[in-house]
Design a binder for this molecule. Structure first.
Ligand SMILES: FC(F)c1nnc(N2CCN(c3ncnc4sc(CC(F)(F)F)cc34)CC2)s1
Length: 492
């Protein structure tokens, strides 16, 4: 195969963040589509150098502040690229798939090629998302397998095969109108992989895992955004590579400026988190970015995404803006109530469990002991906050209704009562939960079409409780969760 053209060659050797950004810019602006395999290998190589087997710098080294950006030579990247090309073109005989658009057999075949090259070892470590990991260690995480299939398809000229992303799973779309779907990777632990199957059956379950038919469908540039978003700056549990985080941040701004993040709420959320860690002068603040993620999910995905609200909620919690954080979590629950809980939805279950059983109790505890902070005290006298906690739990209860698997257990009830009892009784009397006079709630049994009906009138009255002012409680609020919501009570 002809080696890289000048377009690729001229950026090497890569010696800095800006040289990698220039390479990505060139790929995104170039006459041809960005080369997914080339970009994944290159970014994976940089990530590997910046995060793996790094000795802790002795005091004097860090005092010297040695720039540690690795020098990435073209021949290393070209060698790995050729290895991938040999694997893919050597295993898929395209003459067997003559038609212009891909079919399920071809998609399954490409998935088998990636699948067969994986070692049987541990798969949910960090840094297993890039083709660099596949080609140097025969290891990929579940996102990496799906991305590898799409990169291989591009290499084979199958330009109808694209990445589909939910908040905790990935698959592909293909075919003449891009509406055929296929599983190409596994999900979670202990679940049989469903590779080759269409995802229609799983969507029918109304599980959060498939976003009830509202996944992010990528074009080539959004697939670049996914590989950038999947980059992982972690060196270990406590340390991140500043250089890798800065590179990821700059690449996300490059993609943002080219409007490739506008339909990708999670990438916007990742960018908001990075801006919290290290603000870029002249760029919007985190809250503005989290708001864009929410607006994108409302506009393009019919309010079926949870993470935009928990990204913002987590940020507000860390900033001790508790009233607004609780409102975001109520909005997150307002999304999850549209789904039925199934056993593969553990990730979002854990998210809501942490909010209900740790974060909200921490808030009501902290504001009741910290009387000095007057601004926080009024939370326990604020009917809107109380109403938002009720909306939060109501959304989770509705999520459970009609589900094959129970969500709640006694621990939830204990935390709910603990939190609610902290509120001043007069405040609790102030909210109007819309009880009818005759209180005939017999026909209130929620079932599926009832849920879908709720979806419809979701816009009219998206709060199941009205606060005293009867104002509409309108509000905004794996790869790697870069932000651990540490408990502010422990903050010294
Ligand atoms: F809402 C906050 F708590 C979150 N903080 N980090 C969150 N992440 C981190 C980044 N992340 C993601 N960020 C960009 N794109 C994708 S595509 C995807 C599903 C899968 F991995 F492909 F299977 C996950 C994901 C998953 C969610 S949510």
């Amino acid at each position: 195969m002809a080696g890289f053209r000048d377009r690729e060659k001229k950026h090497f050797p890569l010696t800095s963040t800006s040289s990698v950004v220039a390479l990505f810019r060139d790929q995104l602006e170039g006459p041809n589509e960005p080369n997914l395999a080339f970009l994944s290998i290159t970014l994976g190589c940089v990530e590997n150098a910046l995060t793996l087997n790094r000795a802790a710098p002795a005091a004097e080294d860090s005092a010297l502040l040695q720039p540690i950006f690795p020098v990435v030579d073209l021949n290393m990247i070209e060698t790995l690229y050729r290895k991938f090309e040999t694997l893919v073109k050597g295993s898929v005989d395209l003459t067997k798939y003559p038609c212009k658009y891909s079919n399920r057999d071809l998609v399954k075949k490409i998935s088998d090629v990636i699948w067969a090259s994986l070692s049987r070892s541990f798969k949910d470590k960090a840094h297993l998302q890039s083709l660099y990991s596949l080609l140097t260690g025969n290891k990929l995480d579940c996102f990496g397998v799906a991305f590898g299939v799409v990169a291989a398809a591009q290499m084979l000229g199958c330009n109808d095969i694209h990445l589909a992303l939910s908040e905790d799973h990935a698959w592909v779309v293909f075919g003449e109108d891009g509406t055929d779907t296929a599983e190409v990777t596994w999900h979670g632990k202990g679940n049989e992989d469903k590779r080759g199957q269409s995802i229609a059956l799983s969507v029918a379950e109304k599980s959060w895992l498939y976003l009830n038919g509202h996944p992010v469908i990528c074009d080539r540039a959004m697939e670049v955004a996914a590989l950038v978003s999947a980059a992982n700056p972690s060196i270990n549990v406590t340390m991140d590579s500043i250089e890798m985080g800065a590179l990821q941040q700059e690449l996300l701004w490059l993609l943002y400026d080219k409007d490739h993040l506008s339909r990708y709420p999670m990438a916007l959320g990742n960018l908001g988190d990075l801006e919290e860690i290290s603000p870029t002068p002249g760029r919007p603040p985190p809250m503005a970015i989290f708001n864009e993620a929410i607006s994108s999910a409302v506009k393009h995905y019919d309010k079926h995404h949870v993470y935009p609200y928990t990204y913002m909620g987590g940020y507000l919690y860390r900033k001790r803006r508790y009233k607004e954080a609780i409102k975001c979590w109520a909005e997150a629950a307002n999304v999850i109530r549209k789904f039925n809980y199934t056993r593969e939805d553990e990730e979002i279950y854990k998210e809501f469990l942490e909010i209900a059983n740790e974060l909200i109790p921490n808030i009501v505890k902290s504001v009741s002991v910290q009387t000095l902070d007057r601004s926080q005290m009024n939370i326990l006298y604020n009917p809107e906050v109380y109403a938002d906690i009720l909306r939060f739990f109501d959304g989770i209860c509705e999520w459970e209704e009609g589900s094959s698997t129970p969500v709640l257990h006694v621990g939830w009830a204990q935390n709910l009562t603990f939190s609610l009892n902290k509120f001043d009784p007069r405040t609790r009397a102030k909210i109007d939960v819309g009880r009818d006079e005759d209180d005939s709630d017999s026909d209130d049994e929620d079932d599926d079409d009832e849920k879908s009906e709720n979806d419809e009138n979701d816009n009219e009255n998206n709060s199941r409780f009205k606060d005293e002012s009867d104002s509409k409680v309108e509000s905004e609020c794996k790869f790697v969760k870069t932000q651990d919501v540490s408990d502010p009570l422990q903050a010294v």
